[in-house]
Design a protein around this ligand. Structure first.
Ligand code: AMP
Length: 145
């Protein structure tokens, strides 16, 4: 299974936020869209980083509610690890496990974001694959007896 199989199922929407937006705005966008991370666009429009709900929680834990008025660029992770559509789902699982993060932006051939894969997407496709394999094995065994 490849990353493109996940995107074909979930779509290629990429929800972004400006690096100058506040953490309060990030919390609003995450909540409205029921997602856990946003890609951050820099002033020139390119990919500047990623901000996840963990970053918002960490900022509030460190600085209290005042952190919600601070700019995304102070709290985002710069140079996030990314993947391409042809990468295997297994390699993304390994990347998430090693890096201890739950989101990976997908970049197209033009190096522009063309999707986002979350740990939930990876688990969903792996469970579907396992269920399919079990059904094939069951059919094989019942045909043999
Ligand atoms: P998450 O588990 O995705 O909520 O993110 C946990 C931490 O890793 C946060 O500080 C994120 O900014 C950071 N992070 C999320 N995704 C990535 C990524 N693809 N590459 C590097 N860091 C990331």
């Amino acid at each position: 299974m490849q990353v493109r199989h996940i995107l074909e199922d979930k779509g290629r929407d990429v929800i972004t936020v400006a690096s100058t937006a506040t953490l309060q705005e990030v919390a609003r966008i995450l909540s409205d869209n029921r997602i856990g991370a946003l890609l951050v666009k820099g002033k020139a429009g390119g990919l500047a980083g990623i901000i996840s709900e963990r970053d918002v929680v960490r900022a509030v834990a460190d600085k209290g509610a005042a952190a919600l008025g601070e700019a995304v660029e102070r709290h985002m992770t710069r140079n996030p690890q990314t993947c391409g559509e042809a990468d295997s789902v297994e390699s993304i699982m390994e990347m998430m496990t090693r890096g201890r993060f739950r989101h990976v932006p997908v970049l197209g051939d033009d190096d522009q974001p063309c999707g986002m894969v979350s740990i939930g997407d990876v688990v969903k496709i792996r469970i579907a694959e396992t269920v399919r394999e079990a059904a094939v094995l069951r059919d094989y065994i019942s045909a043999a007896v």
